[in-house]
Design a protein around this ligand. Structure first.
Ligand SMILES: Cc1cc2nc3c(=O)[nH]c(=O)nc-3n(C[C@H](O)[C@H](O)[C@H](O)COP(=O)(O)OP(=O)(O)OC[C@H]3O[C@@H](n4cnc5c(N)ncnc54)[C@H](O)[C@@H]3O)c2cc1C
Length: 307
């Protein structure tokens, strides 16, 4: 369903993020997670996009598999890096043919293990990709006359590449004005940062829905991984203190992390958030505990049709 229709319906939205598995064992875990989460009928699920050919094919395959074998509505991520126009056009055509309704358009980060010449990329920033998808939409190549719905990333705590926060907001505004329909944020642990970001967006006349990205901490290694993946993420002292108290007890760390994320979600709902996007890391347990504890009624009964 086009994102503007999704956002116009019952709100707030709830959505889950997966990444394409690289091994058969990891694929099994993911498909079990999808089965577990399907009955929650999220408004959409999204699938991340890496750098490098084989990982990218895994994204396309997973998106189409979710679309064809479940009741879930997948939104693929697409990035600028390591792509030229022809490649992006082919991917858009493939997704349009598969009935994919929305794309999350991103700059993408260069993974350290891949060396490549950035000057050969057709798109420098996510805004260029947004404009290109708009052009594709205008060409009428999508069965929906509106074409793909387009999402972009937002960074409540700021993106490390642009330390000037006023200039950064100008870039975000330009990206949205180029044709984005919604924003999904980077994960954050301090709701104040999100609420302030939302206010700053309103002041900048950015009026599209802003979906909050939430990632529960479920282990000490997960905490370190989050710090690495979400460069610049701020970990509040009260969260670190609570985790430190039980750092030698993995089960307790998980409970603390999930409880913290649950409190964040309650507060976001009280503050009329447009949507909550759960970074699941392909596991369902933490997301299910949070979801169940929020008291949100299931949207409708889903018959399991997981892959
Ligand atoms: C919800 C979410 C999902 C993500 N999924 C993925 C994924 O699947 N795969 C992946 O590789 N990465 C993913 N990322 C990471 C993201 O690609 C990186 O953080 C990237 O560095 C920034 O992406 P962006 O789309 O905001 O890029 P951009 O909008 O291009 O911004 C990147 C930086 O460039 C600056 N900038 C923007 N426009 C201009 C301009 N015209 N001139 C100068 N500077 C400019 C911005 O201020 C910012 O600092 C995701 C991030 C989020 C928040």
């Amino acid at each position: 369903m086009h994102i503007t229709d999704i956002m116009r319906g019952d709100s707030p939205t709830f959505s889950f993020e997966f990444f394409p598995p690289k091994t058969p064992e990891a694929a099994e875990v993911l498909y079990q997670t999808i089965r577990d989460l399907e009955s929650y009928m999220p408004h959409f699920v999204s699938v991340t996009y890496g750098a490098g050919g084989s990982t990218r094919d895994l994204t396309h395959d997973l998106v189409e598999r979710i679309k064809n074998t479940t009741k879930l509505d997948p939104i693929p991520h697409l990035t600028c890096i390591c792509h030229d126009e022809g490649e992006i056009e082919a991917i858009l055509a493939r997704y349009a043919k598969s009935g994919i309704a929305n794309i999350l358009a991103l700059g993408g980060d260069q993974p350290p293990e891949i060396t490549y010449d950035k000057s050969r990329d057709s798109f420098r920033h996510a805004i260029d990709l947004v404009k290109f998808i708009r052009q594709f939409n205008d060409s009428g190549a999508h069965h929906d006359p509106r074409g793909f719905g387009i999402g972009v990333a937002g960074f409540p705590e700021g993106h490390p590449a642009t330390p000037n926060r006023l200039v950064e907001m100008d870039h975000l505004k330009a990206k949205v004005d180029a044709g984005a329909d919604y924003i999904v944020t980077q994960l954050f642990f301090e709701n104040r940062d999100f609420l302030d970001f939302r206010e700053r967006c309103a002041l900048a006349n950015i009026n599209v829905p802003i979906i909050a990205g939430i990632m529960p901490i479920t282990s000490m290694s997960g905490l370190r991984r989050i710090a690495q993946l979400a460069g610049g993420a701020h970990f509040p002292a009260r969260l670190l203190r609570a985790i430190q108290r039980c750092e030698n007890d993995p089960e307790m760390v998980k409970r603390v992390g999930v409880h913290f994320a649950l409190e964040q979600c309650h507060d976001l709902l009280d503050n009329h958030v447009a949507g909550i996007h759960f970074y699941t890391l392909n596991r369902s347990d933490a997301t299910r505990v949070i979801f169940d504890s929020l008291g949100i009624p299931r949207r409708r009964k889903a018959q399991s049709a997981a892959p």
